[in-house]
Design a protein around this ligand. Structure first.
Ligand code: GLN
Length: 387
Protein backbone atom coordinates (compact mmCIF):
# COMPACT_ATOMS: atom_id res chain seq x y z
CA UNK A 1 0.00 0.00 0.00
CA UNK A 2 1.21 3.55 -0.71
CA UNK A 3 2.54 5.51 2.24
CA UNK A 4 -0.01 7.72 3.96
CA UNK A 5 0.87 11.17 5.32
CA UNK A 6 4.65 11.35 5.59
CA UNK A 7 4.82 13.91 8.37
CA UNK A 8 2.30 12.18 10.64
CA UNK A 9 4.06 8.92 9.95
CA UNK A 10 7.22 10.47 11.31
CA UNK A 11 5.93 11.74 14.66
CA UNK A 12 5.01 9.83 17.80
CA UNK A 13 1.89 9.70 19.97
CA UNK A 14 1.64 12.70 22.30
CA UNK A 15 3.67 12.34 25.49
CA UNK A 16 0.55 13.05 27.60
CA UNK A 17 -1.22 9.99 26.23
CA UNK A 18 1.90 7.85 26.46
CA UNK A 19 2.58 8.75 30.11
CA UNK A 20 -1.07 8.51 31.20
CA UNK A 21 -1.27 5.00 29.69
CA UNK A 22 1.94 4.04 31.50
CA UNK A 23 0.56 5.46 34.76
CA UNK A 24 -2.60 3.37 34.37
CA UNK A 25 -0.61 0.26 33.54
CA UNK A 26 1.50 0.60 36.69
CA UNK A 27 -1.19 2.02 38.98
CA UNK A 28 1.00 5.03 39.63
CA UNK A 29 -0.06 8.48 40.81
CA UNK A 30 -0.40 10.47 37.61
CA UNK A 31 1.30 13.84 38.04
CA UNK A 32 2.02 13.78 34.30
CA UNK A 33 -0.85 14.91 32.07
CA UNK A 34 -2.28 18.14 33.50
CA UNK A 35 -5.82 17.59 34.75
CA UNK A 36 -7.39 18.24 38.15
CA UNK A 37 -8.60 15.24 40.16
CA UNK A 38 -11.67 17.00 41.49
CA UNK A 39 -14.79 18.28 39.75
CA UNK A 40 -15.11 21.86 38.57
CA UNK A 41 -17.62 24.23 40.21
CA UNK A 42 -20.94 22.50 40.98
CA UNK A 43 -23.06 25.35 39.56
CA UNK A 44 -21.27 25.16 36.22
CA UNK A 45 -21.64 21.37 36.04
CA UNK A 46 -25.32 21.69 36.97
CA UNK A 47 -25.83 24.34 34.29
CA UNK A 48 -24.46 21.88 31.71
CA UNK A 49 -26.71 19.07 32.98
CA UNK A 50 -29.79 21.33 33.01
CA UNK A 51 -29.00 22.66 29.54
CA UNK A 52 -29.14 19.13 28.13
CA UNK A 53 -32.81 18.93 29.03
CA UNK A 54 -34.19 22.15 27.58
CA UNK A 55 -34.41 21.28 23.94
CA UNK A 56 -31.40 23.02 22.45
CA UNK A 57 -29.40 20.00 21.41
CA UNK A 58 -29.10 20.57 17.67
CA UNK A 59 -26.22 22.34 15.95
CA UNK A 60 -25.50 25.59 17.74
CA UNK A 61 -24.43 28.61 15.67
CA UNK A 62 -21.06 28.01 14.02
CA UNK A 63 -19.22 30.88 15.83
CA UNK A 64 -20.61 29.83 19.24
CA UNK A 65 -23.82 30.42 21.21
CA UNK A 66 -24.48 34.15 21.77
CA UNK A 67 -24.56 33.70 25.58
CA UNK A 68 -20.98 32.45 25.59
CA UNK A 69 -19.64 34.91 23.02
CA UNK A 70 -21.07 37.74 25.09
CA UNK A 71 -19.69 36.22 28.31
CA UNK A 72 -16.20 36.01 26.76
CA UNK A 73 -16.47 39.67 25.74
CA UNK A 74 -17.60 40.63 29.26
CA UNK A 75 -14.70 38.69 30.81
CA UNK A 76 -12.27 40.51 28.53
CA UNK A 77 -13.66 43.78 29.88
CA UNK A 78 -13.79 42.69 33.52
CA UNK A 79 -10.28 41.23 33.75
CA UNK A 80 -8.33 43.28 31.21
CA UNK A 81 -10.37 46.37 30.33
CA UNK A 82 -10.68 45.22 26.70
CA UNK A 83 -13.74 46.43 24.78
CA UNK A 84 -14.76 43.41 22.71
CA UNK A 85 -17.88 42.84 20.65
CA UNK A 86 -18.92 39.27 21.43
CA UNK A 87 -20.85 38.93 18.19
CA UNK A 88 -18.05 40.00 15.82
CA UNK A 89 -14.84 39.38 17.74
CA UNK A 90 -15.26 36.06 19.57
CA UNK A 91 -15.20 32.48 18.26
CA UNK A 92 -15.97 29.42 20.38
CA UNK A 93 -13.90 26.33 19.55
CA UNK A 94 -13.67 22.75 20.74
CA UNK A 95 -10.88 23.42 23.19
CA UNK A 96 -7.87 25.69 22.98
CA UNK A 97 -6.22 22.95 20.93
CA UNK A 98 -8.63 23.64 18.09
CA UNK A 99 -8.32 27.38 18.68
CA UNK A 100 -4.54 27.23 18.18
CA UNK A 101 -4.97 25.40 14.88
CA UNK A 102 -7.76 27.72 13.73
CA UNK A 103 -5.68 30.84 14.49
CA UNK A 104 -2.66 29.45 12.63
CA UNK A 105 -4.91 28.55 9.69
CA UNK A 106 -6.41 32.05 9.76
CA UNK A 107 -3.11 33.74 8.98
CA UNK A 108 -0.66 31.28 7.43
CA UNK A 109 0.08 30.50 3.81
CA UNK A 110 2.51 27.72 2.87
CA UNK A 111 6.08 28.99 3.12
CA UNK A 112 5.31 31.58 5.82
CA UNK A 113 7.47 31.56 8.92
CA UNK A 114 6.13 31.40 12.47
CA UNK A 115 8.21 32.38 15.48
CA UNK A 116 7.79 29.93 18.39
CA UNK A 117 9.29 29.91 21.86
CA UNK A 118 10.77 26.69 23.23
CA UNK A 119 9.93 24.80 25.44
CA UNK A 120 6.64 24.68 23.57
CA UNK A 121 3.27 22.98 23.81
CA UNK A 122 3.29 19.84 21.77
CA UNK A 123 0.75 20.76 19.07
CA UNK A 124 2.46 23.96 17.89
CA UNK A 125 5.19 22.57 15.66
CA UNK A 126 3.15 19.75 14.06
CA UNK A 127 0.31 22.12 13.12
CA UNK A 128 2.66 24.77 11.72
CA UNK A 129 4.39 22.09 9.62
CA UNK A 130 1.14 20.51 8.44
CA UNK A 131 0.06 23.91 7.16
CA UNK A 132 3.24 24.05 5.08
CA UNK A 133 4.68 26.85 7.19
CA UNK A 134 8.12 26.99 8.77
CA UNK A 135 8.75 27.16 12.54
CA UNK A 136 11.50 29.55 13.67
CA UNK A 137 12.20 28.49 17.21
CA UNK A 138 13.78 30.59 19.93
CA UNK A 139 14.85 28.80 23.07
CA UNK A 140 14.44 29.82 26.71
CA UNK A 141 17.04 28.42 29.06
CA UNK A 142 16.47 27.08 32.57
CA UNK A 143 16.46 27.84 35.41
CA UNK A 144 15.22 31.41 34.76
CA UNK A 145 13.73 30.99 31.28
CA UNK A 146 14.50 34.59 30.37
CA UNK A 147 13.51 35.82 26.94
CA UNK A 148 16.68 35.98 24.78
CA UNK A 149 15.83 39.27 23.12
CA UNK A 150 18.56 39.26 20.49
CA UNK A 151 17.68 35.75 19.38
CA UNK A 152 13.99 36.62 19.29
CA UNK A 153 14.63 39.73 17.20
CA UNK A 154 16.84 37.68 14.87
CA UNK A 155 14.07 35.09 14.38
CA UNK A 156 11.81 37.73 12.81
CA UNK A 157 12.42 38.35 9.11
CA UNK A 158 10.69 39.21 5.85
CA UNK A 159 8.85 35.86 5.74
CA UNK A 160 7.56 36.02 9.34
CA UNK A 161 3.78 35.95 9.43
CA UNK A 162 3.15 35.39 13.13
CA UNK A 163 4.51 34.65 16.57
CA UNK A 164 2.75 32.02 18.68
CA UNK A 165 3.55 31.91 22.38
CA UNK A 166 2.10 30.84 25.69
CA UNK A 167 1.86 32.79 28.98
CA UNK A 168 1.63 31.59 31.72
CA UNK A 169 3.79 28.98 30.09
CA UNK A 170 3.57 25.21 30.00
CA UNK A 171 5.80 23.43 31.07
CA UNK A 172 8.17 25.99 32.61
CA UNK A 173 5.53 28.10 34.41
CA UNK A 174 7.06 31.37 33.27
CA UNK A 175 4.83 34.44 33.23
CA UNK A 176 5.90 36.98 30.62
CA UNK A 177 6.62 40.39 32.14
CA UNK A 178 5.19 43.69 30.90
CA UNK A 179 8.63 44.55 29.61
CA UNK A 180 9.02 41.30 27.66
CA UNK A 181 5.54 41.72 26.19
CA UNK A 182 6.38 45.27 25.11
CA UNK A 183 9.48 43.91 23.39
CA UNK A 184 7.39 41.27 21.56
CA UNK A 185 4.80 43.89 20.61
CA UNK A 186 7.57 46.04 19.14
CA UNK A 187 8.73 43.16 16.94
CA UNK A 188 5.18 42.31 15.87
CA UNK A 189 4.54 45.88 14.83
CA UNK A 190 7.93 46.47 13.18
CA UNK A 191 7.63 43.32 11.10
CA UNK A 192 3.93 43.77 10.40
CA UNK A 193 2.99 40.31 11.73
CA UNK A 194 0.26 38.69 13.82
CA UNK A 195 0.46 37.33 17.35
CA UNK A 196 -1.30 34.17 18.51
CA UNK A 197 -1.43 34.18 22.30
CA UNK A 198 -2.12 30.91 24.05
CA UNK A 199 -3.45 32.20 27.37
CA UNK A 200 -5.14 29.03 28.62
CA UNK A 201 -3.59 29.51 32.09
CA UNK A 202 -4.62 33.19 32.32
CA UNK A 203 -6.37 32.65 35.67
CA UNK A 204 -3.83 30.19 37.09
CA UNK A 205 -1.21 32.69 38.15
CA UNK A 206 0.58 33.01 41.49
CA UNK A 207 2.65 35.18 43.81
CA UNK A 208 0.54 38.27 43.20
CA UNK A 209 1.57 38.42 39.53
CA UNK A 210 -0.95 39.74 37.04
CA UNK A 211 -1.70 38.20 33.68
CA UNK A 212 -1.21 40.74 30.90
CA UNK A 213 -2.70 39.85 27.50
CA UNK A 214 -0.47 41.05 24.65
CA UNK A 215 -3.73 42.29 23.12
CA UNK A 216 -3.90 45.08 25.71
CA UNK A 217 -0.62 46.64 24.53
CA UNK A 218 -0.62 49.63 22.16
CA UNK A 219 -0.96 48.60 18.52
CA UNK A 220 -1.82 44.96 19.36
CA UNK A 221 -5.62 45.03 19.39
CA UNK A 222 -6.08 44.15 15.70
CA UNK A 223 -2.98 41.96 15.32
CA UNK A 224 -3.61 39.58 18.20
CA UNK A 225 -5.63 36.39 18.56
CA UNK A 226 -6.08 35.65 22.25
CA UNK A 227 -6.96 32.08 23.22
CA UNK A 228 -8.68 30.93 26.43
CA UNK A 229 -9.79 27.52 27.69
CA UNK A 230 -12.77 26.70 29.88
CA UNK A 231 -11.03 23.43 30.70
CA UNK A 232 -8.40 25.29 32.70
CA UNK A 233 -10.51 28.17 33.99
CA UNK A 234 -13.17 25.84 35.41
CA UNK A 235 -11.10 22.73 36.13
CA UNK A 236 -13.12 20.75 33.59
CA UNK A 237 -10.46 19.71 31.09
CA UNK A 238 -12.63 17.06 29.44
CA UNK A 239 -15.14 19.62 28.24
CA UNK A 240 -12.88 20.97 25.52
CA UNK A 241 -14.42 24.42 25.19
CA UNK A 242 -12.04 27.13 24.01
CA UNK A 243 -12.49 30.69 22.79
CA UNK A 244 -10.62 33.07 20.54
CA UNK A 245 -10.82 36.83 20.93
CA UNK A 246 -9.59 38.65 17.82
CA UNK A 247 -10.31 41.84 15.89
CA UNK A 248 -13.34 42.06 13.61
CA UNK A 249 -11.14 41.72 10.51
CA UNK A 250 -9.42 38.52 11.66
CA UNK A 251 -12.41 36.85 13.32
CA UNK A 252 -14.13 35.79 10.06
CA UNK A 253 -10.93 33.98 9.05
CA UNK A 254 -10.69 32.23 12.43
CA UNK A 255 -14.33 31.22 11.96
CA UNK A 256 -13.73 29.89 8.46
CA UNK A 257 -10.94 27.74 9.85
CA UNK A 258 -13.24 26.60 12.68
CA UNK A 259 -16.07 25.77 10.24
CA UNK A 260 -13.69 23.43 8.44
CA UNK A 261 -12.29 21.83 11.58
CA UNK A 262 -15.22 21.08 13.88
CA UNK A 263 -17.87 23.62 12.82
CA UNK A 264 -19.26 23.84 16.37
CA UNK A 265 -19.04 22.72 20.00
CA UNK A 266 -21.57 20.99 22.31
CA UNK A 267 -24.30 23.56 23.11
CA UNK A 268 -24.92 22.59 26.74
CA UNK A 269 -21.23 22.95 27.54
CA UNK A 270 -21.04 26.34 25.84
CA UNK A 271 -23.99 27.60 27.84
CA UNK A 272 -22.55 26.28 31.10
CA UNK A 273 -19.21 27.97 30.40
CA UNK A 274 -21.11 31.24 29.93
CA UNK A 275 -22.47 30.73 33.47
CA UNK A 276 -18.92 30.06 34.67
CA UNK A 277 -17.47 33.20 33.14
CA UNK A 278 -20.12 35.16 35.01
CA UNK A 279 -18.97 33.89 38.41
CA UNK A 280 -17.84 36.48 40.91
CA UNK A 281 -14.24 37.61 41.38
CA UNK A 282 -13.94 35.44 44.50
CA UNK A 283 -14.15 32.30 42.36
CA UNK A 284 -11.23 33.32 40.16
CA UNK A 285 -9.16 34.46 43.16
CA UNK A 286 -9.72 31.23 45.05
CA UNK A 287 -8.89 29.11 41.99
CA UNK A 288 -5.43 30.71 41.86
CA UNK A 289 -4.93 30.73 45.64
CA UNK A 290 -5.83 27.09 45.98
CA UNK A 291 -3.47 26.06 43.19
CA UNK A 292 -0.71 28.19 44.64
CA UNK A 293 -1.04 26.26 47.93
CA UNK A 294 -0.76 23.00 46.03
CA UNK A 295 2.25 24.29 44.13
CA UNK A 296 3.90 25.09 47.46
CA UNK A 297 3.07 21.67 48.85
CA UNK A 298 4.48 19.81 45.85
CA UNK A 299 7.51 22.08 45.35
CA UNK A 300 8.50 21.75 49.00
CA UNK A 301 7.96 18.00 48.94
CA UNK A 302 9.99 17.47 45.77
CA UNK A 303 12.79 19.59 47.21
CA UNK A 304 12.79 17.37 50.31
CA UNK A 305 13.15 14.32 48.06
CA UNK A 306 16.31 15.91 46.61
CA UNK A 307 15.10 17.46 43.36
CA UNK A 308 16.21 20.93 42.43
CA UNK A 309 12.84 22.66 42.00
CA UNK A 310 12.55 25.54 39.52
CA UNK A 311 10.25 28.51 40.18
CA UNK A 312 6.63 28.15 39.04
CA UNK A 313 4.61 31.35 38.67
CA UNK A 314 1.56 29.97 36.87
CA UNK A 315 -0.13 26.96 35.18
CA UNK A 316 -0.56 23.49 36.69
CA UNK A 317 3.10 22.56 36.68
CA UNK A 318 6.41 22.61 38.44
CA UNK A 319 9.62 21.77 36.59
CA UNK A 320 12.37 19.95 38.47
CA UNK A 321 15.99 19.13 37.77
CA UNK A 322 16.57 15.51 38.79
CA UNK A 323 20.35 15.61 38.32
CA UNK A 324 20.97 15.94 42.10
CA UNK A 325 19.30 12.53 42.58
CA UNK A 326 22.15 10.89 40.68
CA UNK A 327 19.88 9.00 38.27
CA UNK A 328 21.79 7.46 35.40
CA UNK A 329 19.69 8.17 32.32
CA UNK A 330 17.79 10.87 30.45
CA UNK A 331 14.43 12.46 31.30
CA UNK A 332 12.41 9.91 29.34
CA UNK A 333 14.13 7.08 31.20
CA UNK A 334 13.69 8.94 34.49
CA UNK A 335 9.92 9.45 34.04
CA UNK A 336 9.49 5.83 33.03
CA UNK A 337 11.61 4.73 35.98
CA UNK A 338 9.66 6.64 38.62
CA UNK A 339 6.37 5.47 37.11
CA UNK A 340 7.41 1.83 37.26
CA UNK A 341 9.51 1.78 40.41
CA UNK A 342 8.24 4.63 42.62
CA UNK A 343 4.58 4.74 41.54
CA UNK A 344 4.59 8.41 40.50
CA UNK A 345 4.37 9.70 36.93
CA UNK A 346 5.86 12.92 35.51
CA UNK A 347 6.47 14.27 32.00
CA UNK A 348 9.96 14.49 30.47
CA UNK A 349 10.57 18.14 29.61
CA UNK A 350 12.47 17.28 26.41
CA UNK A 351 9.03 16.46 24.93
CA UNK A 352 8.49 20.23 24.76
CA UNK A 353 11.45 20.75 22.43
CA UNK A 354 11.66 20.26 18.70
CA UNK A 355 15.41 19.87 18.87
CA UNK A 356 17.31 16.63 19.56
CA UNK A 357 19.74 18.53 21.78
CA UNK A 358 17.05 19.56 24.24
CA UNK A 359 18.01 19.53 27.91
CA UNK A 360 17.48 16.01 29.28
CA UNK A 361 17.52 16.26 33.05
CA UNK A 362 14.21 17.97 33.78
CA UNK A 363 10.86 16.43 34.71
CA UNK A 364 7.51 18.24 34.94
CA UNK A 365 5.10 17.40 37.77
CA UNK A 366 1.44 18.54 37.89
CA UNK A 367 0.16 19.90 41.21
CA UNK A 368 -3.54 20.24 40.26
CA UNK A 369 -4.36 17.29 42.55
CA UNK A 370 -5.84 16.84 46.03
CA UNK A 371 -3.30 17.57 48.80
CA UNK A 372 -3.45 14.00 50.08
CA UNK A 373 -2.58 12.73 46.60
CA UNK A 374 0.40 15.10 46.40
CA UNK A 375 1.50 14.00 49.87
CA UNK A 376 1.31 10.34 48.93
CA UNK A 377 3.32 11.01 45.75
CA UNK A 378 6.02 12.74 47.80
CA UNK A 379 6.07 9.88 50.32
CA UNK A 380 6.48 7.34 47.50
CA UNK A 381 9.33 9.30 45.93
CA UNK A 382 11.02 9.67 49.32
CA UNK A 383 10.78 5.96 49.94
CA UNK A 384 12.15 5.20 46.52
CA UNK A 385 15.06 7.62 46.63
CA UNK A 386 15.90 6.57 50.16
CA UNK A 387 15.34 9.64 52.32
N1 GLN B 1 -2.15 20.38 28.47
C1 GLN B 1 -2.06 19.15 29.16
C2 GLN B 1 -0.65 19.01 29.72
O1 GLN B 1 0.22 19.75 29.38
C3 GLN B 1 -2.36 17.95 28.33
C4 GLN B 1 -3.40 18.06 27.29
C5 GLN B 1 -3.50 16.82 26.48
O2 GLN B 1 -3.28 15.73 26.98
N2 GLN B 1 -3.81 16.98 25.25
O3 GLN B 1 -0.45 18.14 30.49
Amino acid sequence: MRGANTYLGSIGTTIFTVMSALATEHGSINLGQGFPDTEGPADVVKAAADALKDGRNQYPPMPGVPELRKAVAAANKRFYGLDIDGMTEVTVTSGATEAITACLMAVLDPGDEVVLIEPLYDTYVPVVRMLGAIPRIVRLTPPHWELPRDALAAAFGPKTKAILFNSPMNPCSKVFTADELAFIAGLVERHDTYAICDEVYEHLIFDGLKHIPLMTLPGMRERTMRIGSAGKTFSLTGWKVGYVTAGAALTPLVQKAHQNLTFTTAPNLQRAVAVGLGKDDAYFASLARDLQDRRDLLAKGLASVGFSVLPSHGSYFVTTDFAPLGFNGDDVAFCRHITEKAGVTAIPVSAFYDDPDAPRHYARFAFCKRPEVLEEAIARLKRHFGH
